[in-house]
Design a binder for this molecule. Structure first.
Ligand code: SF4
Length: 194
């Protein structure tokens, strides 16, 4: 009898009991799933919400498990009952949990590397936003003199580009695309397309 992770988690509704484990007829694979078992028990004791991965138009289904006591998400995984993905997720969707505050490795401070420097410096957000605004304004002032063949001002800058992240959802992509276009940018790309 082949055991899949999803099958194991589903059957572990009866788990906890030797009878259920014995239903597999295999103790080796059960041992290998020991960590998953304790996670499954935690998941069973949580409140679960279904949602949809926002990263691309596939719209894979997710299950978010929220701890009753803390109100925080502690697990996100594919929804086996969603007909689109049937529990599977691509690497982006599978990494969804890392976007939550539980990920201690998220960058929280601005890291700046000056031109020609080989060192990163920590900066505060006000410093970063002022510098971005200053450089963007300077670039626009320099570039907003270009005209088309009819002599019309085209109001675009080719000195600034925007590169999006694969960890941006559809709505954020739309918002970024609209705002940078309104600033005259034409070089707009997205990491997921590279
Ligand atoms: S899990 Fe991957 S394929 Fe599914 S919606 Fe998210 S990004 Fe798209």
């Amino acid at each position: 009898m082949e055991i899949t992770r999803r099958g194991f988690l589903a059957l572990s509704g009866a788990v906890g009991s030797q009878a259920a484990l014995g239903a597999f007829g295999l103790m080796g694979p059960v041992k290998a799933y020991a960590d998953e078992l304790s996670k499954a028990n935690k998941v069973k004791a949580s409140k679960q919400y279904t949602t949809v991965c926002a990263y691309c138009s596939c719209g894979c289904g997710l299950i978010c498990s929220v701890d009753y006591m803390t109100g925080k998400i502690f697990n996100i995984e594919g929804d086996p009952e969603n007909p689109i993905n049937e529990g599977s997720l691509c690497a982006k969707g599978a990494g969804f949990f890392d976007l939550t505050e539980a990920n201690k490795h998220r960058l929280r401070k601005v890291q700046y590397r000056a031109p020609y420097s080989d060192k990163w410096e920590e900066k505060d957000w006000d410093w970063a936003l002022n510098r971005i605004a200053r450089l963007t304004k300077d670039a626009r002032d320099k570039d907003f003199v270009v005209t088309n063949e009819k002599g019309e001002l085209v109001n675009r800058t080719e000195s600034v580009a925007h590169l999006g992240s694969s960890n941006i959802d559809n709505e954020e992509c739309w918002l970024i695309s609209m705002s940078v276009r309104s600033m005259g940018l034409v070089y707009i790309d997205h990491q997921a397309r590279v």
